[in-house]
Structure formats: structure tokens, C-alpha cells
Design a binder for this molecule. Structure first.
Ligand SMILES: [Zn+2]
Length: 451
């Protein structure tokens, strides 16, 4: 027995632990893209009840995404990275307040995003607008790490100077190096060709060729920063047309990018693509899906372990903190009192009387610029059928259901009381009658006494 143990000990000493297996590491990357300010999913936002499961059909919602991020982190024993590939702005009424409030960046920070790239829509309020959004987020103390590697500022124009200043202060960096469980991870942001072309408001900012910029970043990260793996947050995208599938082209042309987190084309990638040792994923749009990518790292190589595109829906109980931040607080402060927001016209002048203003349906015609979303709201209401033929669309019965939002309450408005008598009308009339009766009695009594 002792001899056998002795032999085993010698064998262990000779063979030793397997070095390659000991060096193998796992990493999980949670990713989103093109969330477009959809904190509450697409209308009807009012259907969105993330604190209750199984009661609505809405998809997406940042409170639910936050809950999934927390859950995945709990399930994994390995490090988890949370990243976004751009276009977090534009697409709901909330973005109208992004320059003052920067809800999007503040929430991404609260949701613990490790890196966020910029998309074309981040430039919709022009470079000055993006500078204000970044400054507001920084001022609130809640801003996620941001990356953009191919932004070029104009030397001639001063219209992008405010943005250039805030970039130079390190609010947006060309790349980040994060250390997780001994792994050095390099992350850089990239604006694709098509995205740059559809960002007319970015001027005088322009964007360097994404392939050349990526080549440069890989060299810097691998040679100077000695990273183990490289992740590109690419606002470029995927297409069925191979000539337009920019992220596939990027993977083919550039060696050394381990993972491309793709965005811009709103593509649902159900199975991770693998091209030239590069894994490519993208998770649809509007936060309706969230990608969860598990990889292994060993001997300088990244391999795909598992990939899942999770549906963000009513089966997920939303994170209360994010729900309060997105729903209760924001809606309470702003949405119900939306007319308290001072909208501005195309020339930046405040509009004080909304009733007189037209909706900006046609950008070619002079008029309002920032109110066009009202058209969406009105179109939504007009999509209901006029069931009682009074010339106004009626709220569908499904909204009268168990959620009970369309509660009919007795009104104290005198006009309503007269128009539609209810128990309050009769109570009021009875009280009035009693009052008059008592008053008359008193007058009679006084007259009698005086007389
Ligand atoms: Zn985009």
C-alpha cells in the first residue's frame, strides 16, 4: 500500500499538472446594440410592467435587461463583460431630453456596462449636442467607459471643438484595456462605412476608414498594450449582400480581432459567425434581444464555448432600480407632464404654445423640427377604431382589462354633472336642495324676528 502511494507520488511529480489546461480561462460577454433610447420598449409603453411577469406582450425594456445582466453574472463563476456597439440614442421621446439629462448613458452606467461604442445616431444632435450629452452624463457622475477609434475632428471648423475637448479629457477613448482574472482584454470602438455615410449631422466630424483604423488598433493593443484578446465594438453591421457585410469583410481583412460585437444593421445573429479566427455576433435592436457569448481562452487562442441570443420579454422580472429610474421617476417627472418640456424649433427658439404649432411631418417644409415624434403618438391613437361613431378613435377593449387603466370615475366637473347625471349629481342636487331649504327657513326666521 505504502509502495503504491510512493509510486503515485513519483508519477505525479514526473508528469505534473497539464500546463495548457491550467492556463485555459473562460470569459462571458453580454452584448447589446442599437437600443435607441427604448427604455420601455416600443409603444404602447403603458403596457410595459416589468415588475409583474406574464401580463403583457411587450418585448425589451432596460429594467429587464439589467435583471438578465445580474442573473448571468450570478450564474457564471468566470468574469463577465458587458458591452454595447452603439446607437444607444434616438428613437423614443426620452432622447429629446438626452442633452440635459443623458438618461441613456446614466442608465448604461447603472446597468454596469464595461464599454460602450458610438453609433451614427449619437451624432444626430450634431457634435455640440453629443458634447452636451457626454457632459451631462459626466456631471451626474454616471457615465460608462466609451470607445471610438476612428473619429476625426476638423482642424478648420470650430463647430466640433466642444466635442474634441471632452474627448481629449478621456471621456471617450480610442481603446480600453481591462484586466479580468489575469486576462488583458483590449476593446476598441469603430464607426463603419455605411454608418459614417448616414451621419450627416456629424459634420465637421468625419470618420477614418474603418479597416485601416482597425488595423492600427490591433497593432497598438497587441504590440504596445500586450493584450491577450481583442474585442471590436463595431457600428458597421452585417448584410446578406457579401459586399455590404462590413463586419464580415473586417474579419476577413484584419487578423488579430478575436471578437466583433456588431451593430447598426439591427441583425439578429442566432448562431455566432466564425470567420478567420474572429467570432461575430449582433443582437437585433431596441433591446428586444441580448446576446450572451461564452468563450474559452488558451494558448493565445479564443474559442467559442456557447452563444445564446436571449429574448427580453415579459417572462423576465425587471430590475427594480432600473425600472424606477426609467419608469417611475422619468415618466413621473417628464412624460405625464410632457408639455412642461420646452420644445425648440429648427432655429433653437423655444416654442411656448404647442397648440398653434404644426407637426413636422415634412422636413422640406419650414416649421417644427423636434416635434415629429408627436406624429407617431397621434398616428398610434388614430390607429384605434371609432367604435361609437363620434368621430374620435376609441381605446380598444383590451386596455380595459385586468390592468384597469381605463377606469371611469364620477366627475365633479359641473358641466359633466349636468351632461351625464350620476350618483354624485343626485347627491349634489340633494345637498343643494337641503341647503336652499335651510337658508330659506333661516331668512324667514330672521325676517319674522326683525319684523
Ligand atoms: Zn446605426
Amino acid at each position: 500500500m505504502v509502495r503504491r502511494l510512493y509510486i503515485m507520488l513519483i508519477l505525479l511529480l514526473v508528469v505534473g499538472p497539464y500546463p495548457s489546461e491550467a492556463a485555459a480561462k473562460s470569459l462571458t460577454i453580454i452584448h447589446s446594440n442599437d437600443m435607441h433610447s427604448h427604455f420601455l420598449d416600443a409603444p404602447p409603453n403603458i403596457d410595459y410592467t416589468p415588475s409583474i411577469t406574464g401580463d403583457d406582450r411587450t418585448g425589451g425594456g432596460w429594467a429587464r435587461i439589467a435583471a438578465v445582466i445580474k442573473q448571468v453574472k450570478q450564474e457564471r463563476s468566470n468574469p463577465v463583460l458587458v458591452v454595447n456597439a452603439g446607437d444607444f440614442l434616438m428613437g423614443s421621446l426620452f432622447h429629446m431630453l438626452s442633452r440635459e439629462q443623458a438618461f441613456e448613458l446614466r442608465l448604461l452606467s447603472m446597468m454596469r456596462y464595461d464599454a460602450v461604442g458610438l453609433g451614427n445616431h449619437e451624432f444626430d444632435f450634431k457634435p455640440g449636442g453629443l458634447a452636451r450629452i457626454l457632459a451631462s452624463a459626466r456631471g451626474s457622475g454616471k457615465i460608462p467607459p466609451l470607445v471610438a477609434s476612428n473619429v476625426i475632428f476638423s482642424a478648420e471648423s470650430n463647430k466640433d471643438d466642444a466635442l474634441e475637448t471632452i474627448f481629449s479629457q478621456g471621456v471617450v477613448k480610442p481603446f480600453l484595456v481591462l484586466e479580468k482574472d489575469g486576462l488583458r482584454i483590449g476593446i476598441f470602438g469603430l464607426m463603419g462605412k455605411d454608418a459614417a455615410e448616414v451621419a450627416p449631422f456629424a459634420s465637421p466630424v468625419s470618420f477614418a476608414d474603418p479597416i485601416a483604423a482597425a488595423q492600427k488598433m490591433v497593432k497598438v493593443l497587441r504590440d504596445t498594450q500586450s493584450v491577450d484578446l481583442v474585442i471590436c465594438l463595431s457600428h458597421s453591421g452585417l448584410s446578406e449582400n457579401p459586399k455590404k457585410s462590413e463586419d464580415e469583410i473586417l474579419a476577413r481583412k484584419i487578423d488579430g480581432i478575436d471578437i466583433i460585437i456588431s451593430g447598426h444593421t439591427h441583425t439578429r445573429v442566432n448562431d455566432a459567425l466564425q470567420i478567420n479566427n474572429t467570432i461575430i455576433v449582433q443582437s437585433g435592436a431596441y433591446g428586444k434581444q441580448l446576446g450572451v457569448l461564452d468563450i474559452n481562452y488558451a494558448d493565445g487562442h479564443v474559442s467559442l464555448n456557447n452563444y445564446r441570443l436571449m429574448e427580453i420579454n415579459d417572462s423576465i422580472s425587471g430590475d427594480a432600480d432600473i425600472y424606477n429610474a426609467t419608469f417611475l421617476k422619468v415618466i413621473g417627472d417628464y412624460n405625464w407632464q410632457i408639455l412642461k418640456i420646452v420644445p425648440k424649433d429648427r432655429n433653437g427658439n423655444p416654442i411656448d404654445d404647442l397648440k398653434r404649432m404644426r407637426i413636422d411631418a415634412d422636413r422640406q417644409k419650414p416649421g417644427i423640427q423636434e416635434l415629429k415624434e408627436w406624429q407617431g403618438v397621434i398616428a398610434y391613437i388614430q390607429s384605434f377604431t371609432d367604435t361609437d361613431a363620434n368621430g374620435l378613435p376609441n381605446v380598444p377593449d383590451k386596455y380595459r382589462g385586468k390592468l384597469g387603466r381605463n377606469v371611469v370615475e364620477a366627475s365633479w366637473n359641473p358641466y359633466q354633472l349636468l351632461k351625464r347625471g350620476n350618483y354624485i349629481t343626485w347627491l349634489t342636487l340633494a345637498a343643494l336642495g337641503m341647503g336652499v331649504f335651510i337658508l330659506l327657513g333661516m331668512v324667514r326666521f330672521i325676517v319674522k324676528k326683525v319684523g
